[in-house]
Design a binder for this molecule. Sequence first.
Ligand code: ZN
Length: 538
Amino acid sequence: MPNTSRHLDHTRRRARTLAAASLAGVLMLASRSGTGAQAPQGAPADLLVRNGRVIDGTGSPARAADVAITGDRISFVGDAGRANITARRTIDARGLIVAPGFIDPHTHALEDLNSSDARRRGNLNFLMQGVTTVLTGNDGGGPFEVARTLEQWKTQGIGTNAVLFVGYGSVRRTVMGMSDARPSPAQLDSMRALVDKAMREGAIGMSAGLYYAPQNYGTTEEVSELAKVAARHGGLYDTHMRDESSYTIGLLGAIREAIRIGRDANLPVNISHLKALGVDVWGRSDSAIAIIEAARGSGQKVTADQYPYTASGSSVGASLLPRWAEVGGGDSLRARVADPTTRARLVADMTENLRRRGGPESLLMTSTRDSSILGKTLAQVAAARGVSPVEAAIQIILNGGSSVASFNMNEKDIEAFMRRPWVMTGSDGSGGHPRKYGTFPKKWAEYVREKKVLTPEAFVRQSSSLAAETFGLEDRGVIARGKFADVVVFDEAAFRDRATYQKPTELATGMRYVIVNGTVAVDSGAFANVTPGVGITR
Ligand SMILES: [Zn+2]
């Protein structure tokens, strides 16, 4: 992989050079192509955001300040008039909030970023939420061809910055298919080698989705063994847990498992989309928080992210099928459905899983090739077909499946998790669910502006510097001199989501300017058709 290492070495060297340049305050003419540095005394900055109310991401109170940008860095924060700062372009932010670009630690943006369609690569759904950096490859789905992906982003251009996880699921499926067996020593070595390759190529850590097949077949020890490889490279473990409900080891058992993997493999743990899923575990947010805070109190690095919706996004199969039915893959599942004995067991398990998630009214079909069921609940599909909800679910699964919005959370748990200072904003943005277009503005409009669950400063902190610290994204997530110029300017009264479960792809409103690495990507509320994002490596 000579090309790859050269590329990465170059990236690291460049990062070091930049840091050195801004530290020493070396006077150099900045250019759009990179090498941002401090604005030389008297020389104009590229961009000056004036008169805004700056919420800097650290949690400090908002203050009036101007922000100048030179190249891809913030070159000044303060009173520009008094400091005689001039700029080639000035944005008047009077009455607006100026904040660090938001960082989304959990997305499913990989397909968009890799797309040949320039508009999709622009990641506009995220930009309009104020998100300037996405982490992707979560839930165990990340690629191990990290260098190739980074190279593709560099060649084609991407709208936001992006960071990759290597996925435990991708690795296990590559080596063991849909088998539920324990790996042989040779298979375990093959999996280790894939994680190692991805980490060397710049992945930020290993993601897992232990709820899903085939990852569900891996033991805690197996996952720890692979997490150790990520740890050797300074990576972290990001997990969609084995159980967020009462399916197997339970919500609290799954939190303990995640913490144990972090301890055994000696690396930080981030719990993806922390929630109490389903009536059986409603109200357990208190215990979940207590377990996590005990681990944090003992010095372990444990964090979480969360989206502000009562529905999760999943598929009919992942929500209702027992994992034993998926061993071996699709053909094996068909054979089990056709066999009367296994079918009876399957129906019984699916009936229980449906109860757990809130019944057939709680599953809304959001994205499927069968347009006749789109926008209907499982209850409605079953009624229309004159079959039981579980029979309707089996038909849907065998006919290619459907994404669902699964209404399974309650507000009290959502707010309890949200109040914790170690919980980041994370969209888990995926097709068919409004969270992909609305997470950050919804949290702002509903939980900051209306319910006042969070202060504006706490919201910005949870949406920027907390993620930068957690994932080690150097020089991001804060408005301060020398940091990367990922900056958003928004109207606090107008910033809100418009995406709904019926219309999940409505762009958010209220973002006036979104600046990525010094380039204005959203200008006066409109996409500027630019791709200033970079792939960020560990
Ligand atoms: Zn997930």
